[in-house]
Design a binder for this molecule. Structure first.
Ligand SMILES: Cc1ncc(COP(=O)(O)O)c(C=O)c1O
Length: 370
């Protein structure tokens, strides 16, 4: 086990106990409903459905849009695999689109090329998945412009971006459907669980139906189609409730950790980070930096590993995975470069000042700066 984990969240036993005491004589469903209400209050009061994971949320977002066999979906190649697995569950196929180098997220220029190629005559790409990597908002204005031009809906995979915003609108509320994850390493955790938000009441209804085994609301059991067991558990919802209540504090703690790293590290020539565009606020789920001297990055990761400090390099581009490599790509080399040059530093709740200082010293040393 790592001495300093990448993204640790302390178990807040007291907070969970307090929530459980408050709800112990109520219907369990109240916990889920109240989690949805609280989450909605953070998401411009848009309707919210709580689910068992962020992956389930991406899956049901695709299902709500009617994505299925034979359809194509734009997926950023620079992301975690959970952005694409649900596309494959539906029988649809990914069209890989690379990142732009400023935010490290979906490149609007390549997105346009993909849509032009696939959708000029037939609307073959049926959805666009946009990810806000590490909590840094994507260039949504330009992405939305392109999506609108071709009439393709956007699924905003904001799994890593609770607390990030664009012109005061939370990431996850800007696309047609937004998705969040509350897994144990996220800024806001419920030790599992996820959320989906959409203003489209038809999609919301469909998501609720599919998440509950597609059981029709009758006094006897009746089902007309395949459904899923994707509802959040009330116990997970209880923990989520306790954590969302304090979300500003948790988001700000990660932003401060990032700020401290920046202060000490950005004077190093060549070292950069993904940037928040004008009017964008990054939540900095993970403090991620980029350094162009690749052997030095490798050395630092090895050294950290030896010292049991958990440092992760950037996402391995998904189109490079054997089983994901046969699909169309729109690449510019950014994801490939990020994979070799990006590293994520410990950013968790329990990171102490002295631990952070030690990480900074080790990093400066590895990169050849004193
Ligand atoms: C971009 C992205 N999408 C989706 C997910 C899936 O979330 P979960 O782990 O809750 O299934 C994650 C996190 O794991 C993620 O980072």
């Amino acid at each position: 086990m790592f001495k300093i984990p990448l993204s640790y969240n302390e178990i807040d036993a007291k907070a969970l106990y307090e929530v459980l005491l408050k709800y112990q004589n109520l219907n369990h469903e109240e916990l889920v409903l109240d989690l949805e209400k609280l989450a909605s209050s953070r998401l411009l009061n848009k309707p919210v459905v709580a689910l068992s994971s962020g992956t389930a949320a991406v899956h049901l977002a695709l299902m709500a849009l009617g994505i299925g066999s034979g359809d194509w979906v734009v997926v950023p190649t620079f992301s975690y695999v959970a952005s694409v697995n649900p596309v494959l569950y539906t029988g649809a196929k990914p069209v890989w689109v690379d990142s732009e180098p400023t935010t490290w997220n979906l490149c609007p220029v390549l997105l346009e090329q993909a849509l032009r190629k696939f959708n000029a005559r037939t609307k073959r790409i049926k959805a666009i998945i946009v990810v806000h990597n590490y909590g840094v908002p994507a260039d949504m204005a330009r992405i939305q412009e392109v999506a609108k031009q071709y009439g393709v809906p956007i699924i905003e995979d904001a799994a890593e971006a609770w607390g990030a915003s664009i012109q005061n609108e939370p990431c996850g509320t800007l696309g047609d459907i937004g998705v969040f994850s509350f897994n144990n390493n996220k800024t806001i955790t419920a030790f599992g669980g996820g959320l989906i938000t959409t203003s489209n009441s038809k999609w919301e209804k469909r998501i609720r139906l599919l998440a509950a085994q597609a059981r029709l609301p009758k006094s006897y059991y009746v089902f007309n189609e395949v459904g899923y067991n994707y509802r959040i558990s009330p116990l997970t919802a209880a923990y989520g409730l306790s954590q969302i209540q304090r979300d500003k504090e948790y988001v700000s703690s990660r932003q401060q950790v990032f700020g401290q790293y920046c202060k000490q590290l950005l004077p190093i020539e060549g070292l950069t980070s993904a940037m928040a565009l004008d009017g964008h606020i990054a939540s900095r789920w993970l403090s991620a930096f980029r350094f162009p001297k690749r052997t030095k990055v490798k050395e630092f990761v090895k050294l950290s590993d030896n010292q049991r400090i958990e440092v992760r390099i950037g996402w391995n581009p998904l189109h490079r995975m054997k089983h994901l490599s046969g699909y169309p790509t729109f690449l510019n080399g950014t994801a490939e470069a990020l994979f070799k040059e990006v590293f994520c530093l410990p950013s968790g709740q329990n990171l102490t000042q002295s631990e952070q200082e030690n990480i900074i010293i080790a990093l400066r040393h590895s990169l050849g700066y004193k």
